[in-house]
Ligand binder design. Structure first.
Ligand SMILES: Cc1cc2nc3c(=O)[nH]c(=O)nc-3n(C[C@H](O)[C@H](O)[C@H](O)COP(=O)(O)OP(=O)(O)OC[C@H]3O[C@@H](n4cnc5c(N)ncnc54)[C@H](O)[C@@H]3O)c2cc1C
Ligand SMILES: NC(=O)c1ccc[n+]([C@@H]2O[C@H](COP(=O)([O-])OP(=O)(O)OC[C@H]3O[C@@H](n4cnc5c(N)ncnc54)[C@H](OP(=O)(O)O)[C@@H]3O)[C@@H](O)[C@H]2O)c1
Length: 644
């Protein structure tokens, strides 16, 4: 490109530097995308360092908590004196509360402060770099020729970032440790900000273009890219994603391809295509990794190894009318951490090609041998040792699947016949937690959210058994609408409790929230307000005070009529209550118990339950004044289907 242009002046043509602005604006249009990237790289590095620091702090706080024999620990929060040695922990907890537990709610949309700040920063960065230094040499402010092409360059520069944020195997997750599903919000947000910038760029061009230029391929490609991105942003809104996911999925795929091809050809005209082609590489690498995993984990389907075609036959059972348990033998190289997710591809059940559905792996990848697992079950329930579905929670892949309208409904029909289905498995994906670092673990689940918390419980028990975890207490809170849902995991819970070492206190609290308690075929004792150990009479959900059955008591009638509870009967540590729990009160109690140590809370369920937990872990529970007085360090993980 040149700053010289030719013009006809009076007597003839002469080459004169007519446009002194040109060199300046080209130089800025080339330089500013680099500056934006430098800024984004610093932000990514900052996140990586913060997560590392947070990890180190958890380790340090655990060490302090374990070694400290401070008598202050046992005194109550209000009496304890301020100890400024706890200042770093107090500040970290303050940051966690402010950054992740305060949310801005817009209808059904909820953003935490980190998401809000990142959105504002990203918008500010792109628009500032678009519009700064746009005064031309004659003093004209916001000269369109300065910012319109620069906006185009900035758009092109953001395409690889948006692509990376939307893929499952991406470098940002690798660097920062933030799981891909948490990055998905940023993928959508960045795409929407760029969409606005595309129309700023296009609007400026429309007003200044000669209509003849519409013949030009590069311009037509720009229009194709802009309209594809616009359609993408429209079909990606949540109502479309939640009502017609498959429609969203396929149109997204086609529109992204059109957008990338259009953007590449358009930016080639200005030599900015080097920003666009990496997106094809990023997308391609993600696909290659996924295909590679598919082949490795499902190789028997492809005719390699023994037992071709049979290894990934999954069994299905309809545990309750709305819940399918799908169990499949783990592929030999498939390893996963508690809380991770796998995509199930079941061509026999799906209606469309390439259909895959994510489900949390409800089982635990145990290091124990099958013999150890079956023999370690206490003599409390001889059935457990002979029930393959129970031991499969320690060895095989188990999924608890909520029956909805599409794929899961068809799966439910198969499960009703106890049919088997062929499954290809892609994964595992998502975060892996290091729950071994904490003194207290509080696991909170709503409905099928238990598929996230159950493997963490099994992992903690095994970690304490083999000395890898110093956890002392686990409180397992599970809210279900229908008491029959206990059936989903009752035998696994019983087995887990039977192998729990004495050094670990496991407290299981099940809350049945449905106002419409089904006829279970048994009479429950009347609830008495003075005691929390009897009764489960029908209680309107609005009466939030829970009524309790404590297992290990005289629940013979109940158990006789409701056999799935029999396995839990010997355990006094299991309680069943009716009504929603007051999560804030429960969490406050847990934090008090953990004074001087570290407490980790994880919640998986609806938005409502997640928001109740966030609220319960703000101030004063995890506030600086509590921490300075020796209160527990509290970390929280919220698992949700937020990105879908
Ligand atoms: C990370 C993650 C973990 C999950 N874990 C579980 C689990 O352990 N147990 C469980 O029951 N469900 C889980 N889900 C939800 C489960 O993936 C969907 O309920 C299932 O795919 C719905 O299929 P369907 O065709 O019957 O849905 P539909 O009835 O068509 O739609 C129901 C809902 O599921 C969403 N959905 C549909 N297809 C997909 C898809 N391919 N990917 C993502 N969302 C989709 C829709 O947007 C809609 O909100 C998880 C989802 C995510 C994102
Ligand atoms: N990995 C993941 O991200 C993952 C995995 C599995 C499931 N999930 C999510 O988990 C949810 C489970 O859905 P589901 O249909 O299986 O369950 P469900 O039938 O909706 O049950 C949820 C339970 O949680 C209770 N609950 C809701 N808000 C609460 C609050 N604020 N305090 C206390 N209890 C509360 C409900 O009580 P009420 O009856 O009073 O409402 C109900 O008992 C879904 O939203 C799903 O997206 C996520």
């Amino acid at each position: 490109m040149t700053s010289l242009s030719t013009s006809t002046t009076g007597a003839g043509k002469s080459a004169v530097p007519l446009n002194p602005d040109k060199a300046i604006r080209i130089q800025r249009a080339n330089e500013y995308p680099h500056e934006v990237w430098f800024f984004l790289a610093c932000l990514i590095a900052l996140v990586a360092v913060s997560r590392l620091l947070s990890f180190v702090c958890s380790k340090v706080s655990r060490h302090n908590g374990l070694s400290s024999q401070d008598p202050e620990k046992s005194s109550s929060h209000s009496k304890a004196v301020v100890n400024f040695r706890n200042l770093p922990l107090a500040l970290i907890n303050l940051f966690r509360v402010v950054a992740f537990r305060f949310t801005l709610d817009f209808g059904s949309y909820s953003l935490n402060l980190t998401e809000v700040i990142l959105t504002l920063m990203y918008m500010a960065a792109l628009f500032t770099w678009t519009f700064i230094n746009t005064t031309n040499v004659s003093g004209g402010k916001f000269d369109v020729s300065y910012w319109s092409n620069r906006a185009g360059a900035l758009i092109a520069s953001q395409i690889p970032l948006i692509t990376a944020l939307g893929t499952k195997n991406n470098i940002i997750t690798f660097i920062t440790g933030v799981p891909y599903e948490k990055l998905n919000y940023l993928h959508r947000m960045a795409a929407r900000v760029v969409f606005v910038l595309v129309w700023v760029h296009a609007g400026a061009k429309v007003s200044s273009k000669d209509p003849d230029e519409l013949d030009q391929t590069w311009l037509r490609c720009g229009i194709l890219a802009a309209s594809s991105l616009t359609s993408l942003c429209i079909i990606s809104v949540r109502p479309v994603r939640s009502r017609a996911y498959e429609f969203f999925f396929y149109t997204h795929l086609v529109l992204v391809l059109l957008f990338l091809v259009g953007a590449y050809r358009h930016s080639e005209e200005f030599s900015y295509q080097t920003y666009v082609w990496p997106s094809f590489v990023i997308w391609g690498v993600d696909r290659i990794v996924r295909v590679f995993r598919l082949v490795v984990f499902n190789h028997s389907y492809f005719g390699f190894g023994s037992g071709a075609g049979t290894a990934l036959d999954a069994t299905t059972e309809l545990l309750t009318p709305k819940c399918v348990r799908l169990t499949l033998k783990r592929p030999p190289h498939f390893k996963w951490a508690p809380g991770q997710v796998a995509y199930l591809i079941t061509p026999g059940v799906s209606s469309l090609p390439f259909e895959s559905h994510p489900f949390t792996i409800a089982s635990y990848d145990s290091q124990m041998s099958l013999k150890e697992i079956t023999s370690s079950a206490a003599s409390t329930d001889s059935d457990l040792n002979s029930t393959p579905t129970t031991s499969s929670y320690w060895k095989e892949l188990v999924f608890l699947i909520n029956v909805q309208e599409g794929f899961t409904k068809r799966l439910g029909d198969i499960a009703a016949r106890k049919g088997s289905v062929k499954v290809y498995i892609d994964g595992p994906y998502g975060c892996s937690h290091n729950s071994n670092l904490h003194d207290t673990i509080v696991l909170i689940a709503g409905g099928t959210g238990v598929s996230h918390t159950l493997p963490i419980l099994l992992n903690t028990i095994e970690g304490v058994q083999n000395g890898k975890s110093a956890c002392k207490r686990v409180t397992f809170i599970w809210c279900i609408r229908d008491s029959r849902n206990i059936n989903w995991i009752s035998s696994v819970l019983a087995k887990a409790l039977s192998i729990t070492p004495d050094s670990l206190k496991v407290d299981v609290r099940i809350f049945v929230t449905g106002s419409d308690v089904p006829d279970l075929g048994y009479e429950l004792p009347e609830a008495t307000p003075s005691t929390s150990s009897v009764g489960c009479a029908q209680t309107p959900v609005s009466e939030k005070a829970p009524k309790t059955i404590a297992f290990g008591n005289q629940c013979d009638d109940l158990i006789e009529n409701f056999p799935s509870l029999s396995s839990l009967a010997p355990f006094r540590s299991v309680t069943m209550m009716q009504g929603r729990p007051s999560l804030a009160t429960l969490l406050q109690g847990e934090a008090e118990e953990t004074r001087g140590g570290s407490m980790w809370v994880t919640v998986c369920g609806s938005r409502s339950i997640a928001s109740a937990v966030r609220k319960g872990l703000r101030f004063p529970v995890a506030g600086p004044s509590t921490l300075l007085r020796g209160g527990a360090t509290v970390s929280l993980h919220v698992e949700s289907f937020g990105y879908a």
